[in-house]
Design a protein around this ligand. Sequence first.
Ligand code: HMG
Length: 389
Amino acid sequence: MTTPIGIHDLSTATTNYVLEHATLAHHQGRDVAKYHKGIGQEAMSIPAPDEDIVTLAATAAAPILDRHGSNNLDSVLVATETGVDQSKAAGLHLHSLLDLPRTTRVVELKQACYGATAALQFAAGLIACEPRRRVLVIATDIARYDLDTPAEATQGAAAAAFLVSAHPAIAQLEPVSGIYSADIGDFWRPNYRDTPVVDGGLSVTSYLSATNDAFTDYREKGGRPLEQFAAFCYHQPFTEMAYKAHKHLLQTRGGTPTREVLTGDLGATTGYNRLLGNSYTASLYLALASLLDRGGDLAGAPIALLSYGSGAVAEFFSCTVMPGYRDHLRTASNEHMISSRKPIGYHKYRELYQAGTTGSESNRTMPEHTEGPFRLAAIDGHHRLYEAR
Ligand code: HMG
């Protein structure tokens, strides 16, 4: 019998500040229904000047290390498309912040919003070879778009950390997964830019066709038919995208899904992302956290996951929820991370946006903003200096 492998613990983090879409719409002179209904977003997380993907990653990962320690921690895989360095893995900053063992492998992965799913599959492979190993995957991203563009309303930021192990307490991965990769120019960020170049319309149609193709591959490899799943977690650049993708998938299989059916299949997965905005690599795993926290009793249920990263790679895979999983969730702290953000007005938002521009400063002291447990204190001689509080 093969060893069951999957998610043993799942923890999340987001930024200090939040901008309500009602505030954005008001300043744009727009009907807020475009955001609340049209794209399904109510608010987006906004980073403080002393927050970045490392502080978000550390905040998400620390409770996992507190609960499980770092024995047998084989690897820390950080997936991000908001890298703070072209060479050094962001996870190495966690060594000092989280006191990681020197015997743990640390590496960073990138493929737009898909990176964390690759990390999860690589982790499963490492554990299949040696079941005592445990792997910490951290998805951490800050989604920033140019101001005054249609994409501006789909910004956001968050991290999701999950411990992958044999005999998992929360969800066991199923062996089949369907893949789709193609060279598509829907969204990318050249090295010289702080924000991505995006063809919004193409990104939506690419996501839809990639979902269909990944599911086709999943079925051809012996995966479950759609009707067996209790719920569907999609990558959520904005939560209406999950509805579009699921509707498309059901329609291409001959279905005529009503809004009620779609909501039954994925409504509980959108609770967190609707309030956080796009968190790129973390988004799918925040959808899973929301489902587990808010989706009723799912013990034994098969769950579908669709990971999409522009450029583009998609993967359709599945897991089953473990009996007793609720004892291992972090529902209260997930809800707290969202409710404890500080709401900001439109001018403060623009000010913080400008402060978040990378620039080329080799020396900079960060003003103290965040109330989170970790902060970027300074850049000194090109070194990023982080501190734990
Ligand atoms: P837009 O120009 O705001 O779009 O851009 P729109 O005018 O078509 O409006 C959006 C929806 O709101 C439409 O509904 C409107 O009808 C509706 P739809 O036709 O789509 O069903 N609407 C209203 N509804 C109710 N009341 C109203 C109202 N007004 C309008 N008053 C777009 C939208 C997504 C293109 C833009 O936000 C964008 O470019 N975003 C960034 C790219 C993106 O998120 N793409 C998603 C797929 S790609 C992906 O997921 C990967 C990604 O995460 C990156 C990565 O992988 O790293 C992005």
